[in-house]
Design a protein around this ligand. Structure first.
Ligand SMILES: [Zn+2]
Length: 112
């Protein structure tokens, strides 16, 4: 189940916004406007603040667009990597759609 986590709730409540915004500036802009967030781990990047942690792309969305509804998730454009934090490259979808799209990308012959 995907739910708004503690750090996302803090941002929604107006806390730590400037600090999170500053941390989100650590990205590389690509030719197709992807904003690839820098970080040390593979996969989704995270941001830590005040002992709380959340995924960078979810924090970017929360700051720019607001709350991500429960049971919903952010799906990246086909051409995006999961480290992209450009909110214009994401869409709020159900988990079912997110998994279906992920499968379609991984196994294009099966899900075409
Ligand atoms: Zn992107």
């Amino acid at each position: 189940m995907v739910t708004t986590n503690a750090l996302e709730l803090a941002v929604l409540g107006g806390l730590f916004a400037e600090e999170i915004r500053a941390k989100l500036q650590d990205y590389v802009l690509t030719d197709n406007d992807c904003m690839l967030f820098r970080g040390f781990k593979a996969g989704y990047r995270t941001i830590c603040s005040h002992g709380l942690v959340a995924k960078a792309h979810r924090l970017a969305w929360t700051l720019e667009r607001g709350e991500i509804p429960d049971f919903m998730t952010l799906d990246h454009r086909v051409v995006c990597r999961t480290t992209c934090i450009n909110v214009n490259h994401m869409e709020v979808v159900t988990l079912r759609v997110n998994i279906q799209r992920g499968n379609a990308r991984r196994f294009p012959r099966v899900f075409a």
